[in-house]
Design a protein around this ligand. Structure first.
Ligand code: NAD
Ligand code: ADE
Length: 403
């Protein structure tokens, strides 16, 4: 399958973004504007790029992770659609930043980021960021970084927190990461999940999705947490909850999804079984302490996206070098899920251009955008819901009407 076929396949299943794209084609909200993006560059992302282009933007795009670019898609976007692409799978750190720099070189009006590397770079290069009127951030880790910048008074332009839009994290982080992590693990290992003892670190939106989907495949799942409330949620959802040091003892597979560093360390691995498999679904490759593991044992590739490390006389298998397993070893989120996330991205970009917010802070996505995406989705799938009657609205707003 060519990159173009992959892009066309994705576009076919993205009715929400397609509806927004038609509107962009008519109204050209980004006419004459330059948009610089750093996202996981695969087929669904290409659909977002083409929607923004249809809206009149000149788009430059880089990857936001050294292992998540689909090279066929990147080539097609460049050659078939004339987009300025700076992305390739398997970049080293220098090349990764060289490409991020290239997307900034066009002196963008808007940025769209996933994880915060492009935003940070823009802040360190005032000469190339002075035209930026605002930007969007896709993921939890990027939003944490943005909020830290805001707190430190370092934010130089308004940024929108796309991750916390309901139509993003409720579906993308939970069902998207859930399904695509199963995909990445199966794809790289070809092992059965039923009966496997799986530890999921973190019971936030992603962890919850992964734990429930793994359980759905017949795995015996336990959870680790640091937040007492999330730990109770996991417990009441029927998962065993333990600290990592204990949970890892019986684990066949550990999957991290915390946004935190050093969640699985060398020390933890002393307690692990021979043949344990480690995978990460969080944004950065520091959740499994890869620096500690690779500092002790370089690792040898035994399958595509699987390396074995000899540690404490045991075999420890790491998937995708500890990078997000669903993108580096899988196909990323299902298409219909990214349709929602990228619809939010597209409408938020349009909102920035229309409203020109000036405050240098992290803004939530306006609830009208969430509602609009939900409504287009329901219409696209011919799903009808009830609506409140006049009498019910009056009841909702009353206080003196008891039983
Ligand atoms: P979240 O904030 O909803 O959940 C993270 C959870 O991890 C929290 O409950 C937190 O208490 C817990 N946690 C933190 N440190 C921990 C530790 N040391 N041990 C155990 N638990 C710990 O965040 P989220 O939306 O679930 O995102 C998690 C990570 O996944 C982020 O890095 C995010 O950017 C990334 N993400 C990845 C994908 C993907 O496609 N792979 C998609 C969305 C988000
Ligand atoms: N595909 C493109 N961007 C993605 C993301 N942030 N998470 C999962 N799959 C994706």
């Amino acid at each position: 399958m060519s990159g173009k076929d992959k892009i066309e396949w994705a576009i076919q299943w993205m009715p929400v973004l397609n509806s927004i794209k038609r509107d962009f084609a008519e109204n050209k909200p980004f006419k004459g504007m330059k948009i610089s993006m750093a996202l996981h560059l695969e087929a669904k992302t290409a659909a977002l790029v083409l929607a923004l282009k249809e809206g009149g933007a000149n788009v430059r795009i880089a990857g936001c992770n050294p292992l998540s670019t689909d090279d066929e898609v990147a080539e097609s976007l460049k050659n078939d659609y004339g987009v300025e692409v700076f992305a390739k799978r398997g970049l080293n750190t220098n090349e990764y930043y060289e490409y991020l720099n290239k997307v900034l070189d066009q002196q963008p009006d808007l940025i769209i980021d996933d994880g915060g590397d492009l935003t940070t770079l823009a802040h360190n290069h005032a000469d190339r960021s002075e035209n930026i009127i605002g930007g969007n951030e896709e993921t939890t880790t990027g939003v944490v970084r943005l909020k830290n910048m805001e707190k430190a008074g370092a934010l130089k332009f308004p940024m929108f927190d796309v991750n916390d839009a309901m139509m993003k994290h409720l579906f993308d982080n939970r069902y998207g990461t859930g399904q695509s992590t199963v995909d990445g693990v199966i794809n790289s290992t070809n092992l059965v999940l039923a009966g496997k003892k799986i530890v999921v670190a973190g019971y936030g939106w992603c962890g919850r999705g992964i734990a429930t989907r793994m359980r759905g495949m017949g795995a015996i799942v336990s959870v680790t947490e640091i937040d007492p409330i999330k730990a109770i949620e996991a417990h009441m959802d029927g998962f065993d909850v333990h600290p990592m040091r204990k949970a890892i003892k019986n684990a066949d597979l550990v999957i991290t999804a915390t946004g935190m560093k050093d969640v699985v360390t060398l020390d933890d691995l002393k307690n692990a079984k021979d043949g344990i498999i480690l995978a990460n679904a969080g944004h950065f490759n520091n959740e499994i302490a890869m620096n500690q593991i690779e500092g002790t044992s370089i690792g040898r590739e035994v399958r595509r996206n699987v390396k074995v490390h000899e540690l404490f006389g045991k075999k420890v298998y790491v998937l995708a070098d500890g990078r997000l397993v669903n993108l580096a070893a899988g196909q990323g989120h299902p298409v219909e899920i990214m349709d929602l996330s990228f619809a939010i991205q597209a409408l938020t970009a349009e909102y920035i251009v229309k409203m020109r917010p000036k405050e240098r802070r992290v803004f939530p996505v306006p609830s009208e955008i969430d509602k609009k995406v939900a409504e287009i989705y329901l219409k696209s799938y011919d799903i009808n819901i009830d609506h409140l009657t006049e009498e019910q609205i009056r009841y909702l707003n009353s206080w003196d009407e008891g039983t």
